[in-house]
Ligand binder design. Structure first.
Ligand code: ATP
Ligand code: MG
Length: 734
């Protein structure tokens, strides 16, 4: 007898349903943007739980951000209709990596309270090592080395795996030795970097088959979102967890236990692979069927997110890429009220921000929620202009995805204090604040502490403690250091007794750190004090200081003020997987988007990755999509005139409307079509000729050309005065 389908399956199309119900064996869902891949994963978890195929704790789900993980958890609970007891392991590769590593840290010589270093710490540590080796760190900068090490770790390579050839690229063949020294140093510090959060578990899985076998028994269902952006290390990590060897069950286990495979389901879209620069390997998708024989590949073709205009624009753009698997994508979302994709021109980035702000206010006045709007930028520096504008307008906004807030100097200093309190052996943190505020413990004093630490093989804090008991320091310094050491002891003693926000406040007060900024006369000081307040406030959301510090180390989402209605501001890279009613895409200019660096370093492949990024941007929009370009932009402090992005030429005319900004450019003419006759395209033959239905060079109107010609003089004449742009407009508005 046909049973009624459970509620959570309702509304799924047949392919989605197949992907949900094929719980056993490897499954790959390969589908375009907005086709419901993430929804399939969520529903799949609900289905596994509802049918009793596994306990929550037997499910491992990897998402792109921690925020996505939390959303997925909430949605599963709604689908299942109850709170899920004993949560599935839901999180990013990194956060799951931390969890695994905390459990087994001692297997690789760490204690479970290890610290997670951020990039800044990492670079500082490397610099010390490079200098200690007598290598000129001007010629061989630590930052470059940090990038190399990250690259190796993304590929899953330990020092021993580094090919000699690779090694020669740094300081005359010393890269590999330095890498090994760096790992040793991390171990002494009881610290790991981000790459280690994958590398260490991989090593543990490989060296301790029993541990791995435990995980094989534990995780019966593995689910991975955004599979196209996994790097080699993540891929190795997944493969270890998902490929259960036949003999991994213990003696005496039942036959079923012994042979039961781990069921893996990955979903992805090769057109949205945008982390190649960080080592992501889109080929992992192609390898899936080889690695997991008998894998079922399911394709979803109906897009539920966007209007036909938006989807049409996105599909047409991405068709310009050559390296594609190719997919069908259609929508039934066709409404006579649907608006075309709008392309706007602005004189400069300030005007761009102002016009976007006006558009947002207009939408808000019509009753649209700010939460449903997003501005997606190519480079984070573009954000400031919008932030400034929003502050002026009093528009709420939030920055998603960037560790921006936590990167601020005052925040980093405060965190360093907290870190030393939570983990006394955190030398990098100690060093950061030992003389902040100034206590007369300058370089010489720090060197003394370092010497003692090295001699006795202890942490800097312990060394400082030891030094205070000797006559080795000048009395003034000794008393300053004693003061600091005793303070840390006192704070550490309070760690488990005092509410952590209270303690945090106390630390910043007693250390003199707050006073330092109170006495600071600079213009930024008041803002810094506010940021510190905000820091304390944000800690309330965590149960302990350690929990908070862990969050900070992992932070990828700055999703504070979740309840507030606010415009979302983020980079295109962190917009992956998200959707908004209205999306603004500013800065579509050659050199910015596509980004010059990608073109210089990646050539054709770099350009194609930029185009995928554009595709990700376009496909975030549900109803309204606004693209902007500015004719002038300040890059690295210098005003430069720009030409519109080639991606604008790649949009299909049928779905795009070029908006004349009457206010700014009466009679300015069509802003597109920047390819003036005779202008060589530096990137080879343009594809727009073949595409046929896009803007052609004949749109380069006299108005446009005049704008191009005059701008240098105009720029020289008028920039630097607040009203410069207005003066400009008079010049062009004829
Ligand atoms: P991306 O590639 O951007 O990550 P995706 O393939 O993961 O997209 P989802 O985010 O899962 O797509 O879904 C896109 C939108 O379509 C969501 O709002 C989702 O709720 C909706 N959706 C998906 N499937 C259906 C369906 N069968 N019926 C109605 N809405 C659906
Ligand atoms: Mg998704």
């Amino acid at each position: 007898a046909a049973r009624q389908a459970p509620r959570y399956l309702e509304g799924l199309n047949p392919e989605q349903r197949l992907a949900v119900e094929t719980t056993e064996g490897p499954v790959l869902v390969l589908a375009g943007a907005g086709t419901g891949k993430t929804r399939v994963l969520t529903t799949r978890i609900a289905h596994i739980l509802a049918t009793g195929k596994a306990f929550p704790s037997q499910i491992l789900a990897v998402t792109f951000t921690n925020k996505a993980a939390r959303e997925m958890k909430t949605r599963v609970e709604i689908l299942v209709g109850q709170a899920v007891e004993g949560m599935p392991w839901l999180g990013t590769f990194h956060s799951i990596g931390v969890k695994i590593l905390r459990r087994h840290a001692e297997l690789i010589g760490l204690s479970s309270s290890f610290t997670i270093l951020d990039t800044d710490d990492q670079v500082r540590l490397m610099k010390q090592l490079i200098q200690a080796e007598g290598i000129d760190d001007k010629r061989w900068p630590a930052r470059q080395f940090a990038m190399m090490v990250d690259g190796w770790k993304n590929k899953g390579l330990a020092p021993a795996d580094i090919p000699e050839g690779d090694s020669r690229a740094f300081a005359g063949g010393r890269g590999r030795a330095l890498y090994a020294a760096y790992q040793e140093r991390l171990k002494t510090l009881n610290a790991v970097d981000f790459g280690d959060l994958l590398m260490h578990p991989i090593r543990i899985f490989r060296e301790y088959p029993d541990v791995l076998a435990d995980y094989h028994r534990k995780f019966r269902y593995i689910l991975v979102d955004e599979y196209q952006d996994t790097n080699t290390a993540q891929y190795l990590w997944l493969r270890l967890l998902a490929q259960r060897p036949r003999r991994s069950a213990p003696e005496g286990a039942g036959a079923e236990e012994r042979s039961a495979p781990v069921n893996i389901c990955c979903v992805g879209d090769d057109d949205q692979s945008i982390y190649g620069w960080r080592g992501a390997e889109v080929d992992n998708i192609l390898r899936f069927e080889k690695d997991f024989p008998g894998a079922k590949v399911i394709r979803l073709e109906r897009n539920y997110r966007s209007t036909a205009h938006i989807l049409g624009a996105a599909s047409h753009l991405i068709a310009h890429n050559e390296g594609r698997l190719g997919k069908t994508l259609y929508t039934e979302h066709v409404d006579p009220d649907d608006v075309k994709v709008k392309v706007h021109a602005a004189w400069d980035s300030e005007e761009e921000a102002r016009a976007v702000g006006e558009e947002i206010e207009a939408l808000q006045a019509k009753g649209h929620a700010l939460n449903d709007m997003a501005i997606l930028v190519r480079a984070s520096f573009q954000m400031r202009e919008f932030e400034d504008r929003f502050v002026t307008l009093g528009l709420n906004y939030r920055v998603i995805g960037g560790p921006r807030f936590y990167e601020r100097q005052e925040i980093r200093d405060a965190l360093a204090y907290f870190r030393v309190v939570a983990q006394g052996a955190d030398d990098l943190a100690f060093e950061r604040i030992v003389n902040v505020p100034k206590r007369g413990l300058g370089e010489a004093a720090v060197r003394q502490i370092h010497d003692v630490a090295r001699l006795r093989n202890t942490s800097l804090l312990q060394a400082a403690r030891d030094l205070v008991g000797t006559e080795e320091m000048k009395p003034k310094q000794r008393s300053a250091l004693r003061n600091l050491v005793e303070s840390f002891e006192r704070w550490q003693g309070m760690l488990d007794r005092t509410p952590h926000t209270e303690l945090a406040e106390l630390i910043l007060e007693e250390s003199g750190y707050i006073d330092m900024w109170k006495n600071d006369r600079s213009a930024e000081a008041p803002g810094r004090l506010e940021n510190l307040k905000e820091l304390i406030r944000s800690m309330e959301e965590y149960e302990s200081l350690r929990g908070f510090l862990e969050h900070v180390a992992l932070v990828m989402d700055a999703e504070r003020d979740e309840e507030l209605d606010a415009v979302n501001l983020m980079t295109l890279h962190s917009a992956k997987g998200l959707e908004f009613d209205t999306v603004f895409l500013p800065g579509w200019e050659e050199g910015l988007f596509p980004h010059q660096r990608s073109l210089d370093e990646g050539g054709r492949a770099g350009l194609e990755e930029e185009r995928r990024l554009a595709y990700v941007g376009l496909t975030r929009a549900k109803k309204n999509l606004h693209i902007w370009f500015a004719s002038n932009r300040r890059i690295h402090g210098l005003w430069q005139s720009t030409i519109p992005s080639r991606f604008l030429d790649e949009l299909p005319e049928a779905h795009v409307e070029v908006v004349e900004e009457a206010s700014a450019y009466g009679g300015y003419g069509r802003p597109l079509g920047h390819r003036q006759p005779g202008r060589p395209n530096p990137y080879g033959p343009s594809r727009f000729d073949e595409a046929g239905d896009v803007f052609s060079s004949s749109y380069a109107t006299p108005g446009w050309q005049r704008a191009q010609k005059n701008r240098t003089d105009a720029t020289a004449r008028n920039w630097g005065t607040r009203s410069g742009h207005q003066v400009e407009r008079i010049g062009y508005g004829e």
